[in-house]
Design a protein around this ligand. Structure first.
Ligand SMILES: [Zn+2]
Length: 419
């Protein structure tokens, strides 16, 4: 059955025949679509979004940024279309599940007696997608027309690095045409009363250190072995790891996003018990805050390699150098609109650097300020985890939060260069 034009949550049709809020029903319906890697059903998501666009009476454009990878954009034109627009971004894909560790089918969107909805994507980030949609639906139903244009963007492949999604799309001329001034994207739940907002991200560096050495028979004391160099390299990285861990644990105002994490993830080398190998390699996953001088940090790595011995070299599999951070200064017009709207709702914000990576990094890299915000307080952080859930009350509150935020952001007065 198609909902009427005003759709769920407004116009007197607040609940389904079973007494469930229609926004919750819509959320659960979206959670049941298997947009799960490694073979996400993107067609199902696009069909769903087509229907929503029709309900909201908004034009939707689809741009195939890579073969089989479509970015969908619904546009709510503002009263003054030449002004910079507001982007509401969300990704449609979700990470795989280990069903045997789940209490319920991860794609059934089961709701328990407390109103907790269990499904992959409840937190990351199908909740936000539906909250954006329902917030815009309500604003439209109230007859509001905002000054700036609002784009709702739905991107594929965030969970596999965004290369065939947002990373490609920001380079597409169609992205430029959206004339985006400010973007909202995903954040993380907060177990306490506050809500977390993210204004930057750590840079992932995946590095392999090659330690060549003199080969020989396993019965002798061979000089200059690969293993000795490997030990040196490991010590340098893991001592640094210990220091960063200390720094995180001894400072009350530090979160994971403020320190560099170091993890040794792979070791390779050797052919037989009695053969001293000609090379041993070790790989690390580093996540570096945008506040760190990255050039200096690389010099430090080079130094560690030099200290480890002759001909020790390094190679990057991934090296992000993005140090863009979105302003959270009170004189920034976007941030001040965002924070004032939160203040008006008595929401406490905790500002953090995102510990992992999201599509926001591609948005910031092209010079657009972006805030990561998923309005989920009183909720354990369960993204990518077993039994990911979100309580329906928290979900519903988030719609009201976005209603205020979208209205505030799309009402930011024209800047001098926009007049
Ligand atoms: Zn996500």
């Amino acid at each position: 059955m198609l909902p009427d034009k005003d759709g769920p949550g407004v116009g007197g049709r607040q609940s389904s025949p079973e007494g469930e809020d229609l926004s919750v029903s819509l959320f659960r319906e979206y959670l049941r679509l298997k947009t799960v890697h490694p073979d996400p059903d993107y067609d199902a998501a696009l069909r769903f979004l087509d229907r929503i666009a029709e309900e909201l009476d908004l034009p939707m454009r689809k741009i195939e940024v890579c073969p089989g990878r479509v970015v969908a954009i619904m546009t709510w034109e503002g009263k003054n279309p030449p002004l910079k627009s507001v982007l509401l971004n969300s990704h449609t894909d979700v990470v795989p599940v280990y069903q045997e560790h789940w209490k319920y089918d991860a794609f059934s969107a089961f709701k328990d007696a407390e109103g907790n909805i269990y499904a992959r994507g409840t937190q990351d980030m199908k909740c936000v997608t539906i909250q954006y949609i329902q917030a815009v639906r309500r604003l439209k139903a109230e007859g509001r027309k905002l000054m700036r244009t609002v784009h709702l963007m739905f991107v594929p492949d965030e969970e596999v690095g965004g290369h065939k999604g947002m990373e490609s799309f920001v380079k597409n001329p169609e992205f430029q045409k959206l004339n985006i001034g400010f973007a909202l994207d995903e954040g993380l739940a907060n177990p306490g009363e506050a809500f977390t907002v993210f204004y930057g991200e750590r840079n992932p560096w995946w590095i392999t250190i090659h330690c060549p050495g003199s080969p020989g028979h396993g019965s002798r004391f061979v000089e200059n072995t690969a293993a000795e160099k490997l030990r040196h390299v490991m010590n340098s990285f893991l001592d640094f790891r210990e220091k960063e861990k200390q720094r995180l644990n001894t400072s009350e105002c530090f979160t994971l996003g403020d320190v560099t994490t170091v993890n040794m993830t792979m070791v390779k080398g050797g052919v037989a018990y009695n053969v001293i190998p000609a090379e041993m390699d070790v790989s690390f996953d580093l996540r570096i805050p945008p506040t760190v001088n990255l050039q200096e940090f690389e010099r430090q790595i080079k130094e560690w390699c030099k200290e480890a011995g002759e001909d020790v070299t390094y190679e990057f599999a991934q090296k992000h150098m993005n140090q863009n951070m979105t302003s959270t200064e009170e004189n920034d017009p976007w941030w001040s609109a965002f924070s004032a709207a939160c203040k008006a709702m008595n929401i406490t914000l905790e500002k953090e650097i995102f510990p992992a990576a999201t599509d926001s990094r591609f948005i910031r890299a092209v010079g657009i300020p972006a805030i990561g915000f998923s309005p989920m307080n009183r909720t354990p952080i369960l993204l990518h985890d077993h039994n990911e859930f979100l309580n329906e009350k928290v979900f519903l509150k988030g719609i009201s939060v976005f209603e205020r935020l979208i209205s505030a952001l799309a009402s930011v007065p024209a800047f001098p260069d926009e007049a």
